[in-house]
Write a protein that binds this ligand. Structure first.
Ligand code: HQG
Length: 180
């Protein structure tokens, strides 16, 4: 089975298009695994996907994008659905990083970081991860350094995505500097 392809399809369903798959996310983004499998089985390419494949998909993935608990599965970040998925508030590390195409930097330094098409701004715990994120759209991305702890002390809320990914509603420009 092509687990990378399965992961992309499930990310699309759980982050962006649950209705297309006749799924309803609960307020934390969970759906019943049975429902997801039932929906996937309608496509010939996924007709024999089993719950066990979802565990293999998660364990083989380069990033922790999905989580399984009590017969349910959810995407940990990346959502763009209309109803905002609730995330757990958490105290961030001193600094977080954000990789972005160089062409976006001027506007970001004016407007701050905003979620654009997604529900939250996505931040990385490590420069390396931020670089990978930025490289999706620019061979030599800009890396922005966020004074996360300072912002948190100023009552900006941060949310836990996974071990590497943090989320925020917005990051004002006074907390952002250009690292490279
Ligand atoms: C930019 C992937 C202009 C922002 C990744 C980014 C990540 C602004 C783009 C996760 C702006 C939005 C999310 C402003 C923000 N003016 N541009 N004021 N504020 N932007 O894809 O963070 O592999 O929605 O810099 O690895 O790139 O799919 O967010 O470039 O973890 O699991 O607007 O998605 O994860 O782009 O990526 P995105 P992102 P997966």
């Amino acid at each position: 089975m092509n687990y990378q392809k399965l992961s992309k399809e499930i990310s699309y369903a759980l982050r962006h298009a649950p209705h297309e798959y006749e799924l309803e996310l609960d307020e934390y983004g969970w759906v019943h695994i049975e429902q997801l499998l039932h929906s996937l089985h309608e496509q010939p390419v996924w007709h024999n996907v089993h719950e066990n494949d979802l565990h293999i998909m998660i364990s083989q993935s380069d990033k922790k994008r999905h989580e399984i608990h009590n017969g349910k599965i959810r995407a940990l970040y990346g959502h763009s659905t209309a109803k905002k998925v609730l995330k757990e508030e958490s105290e961030p590390p001193e600094f977080l990083y954000h990789g972005t195409p160089k062409r976006f930097v001027a506007l970001i330094m004016e407007q701050g970081l905003i979620p654009k098409g997604r529900q939250y701004v996505h931040l990385s715990e490590e420069i390396e991860t931020a670089t990978q994120v930025g490289k999706r759209r620019d061979k030599q991305p800009a890396i922005l350094k966020i004074e996360a702890k300072k912002a948190w002390i100023d009552n900006v809320i941060f949310y836990h995505g996974n071990e590497m990914v943090w989320l925020a509603d917005k990051i004002d420009k006074q907390y952002i500097s250009i690292l490279e």
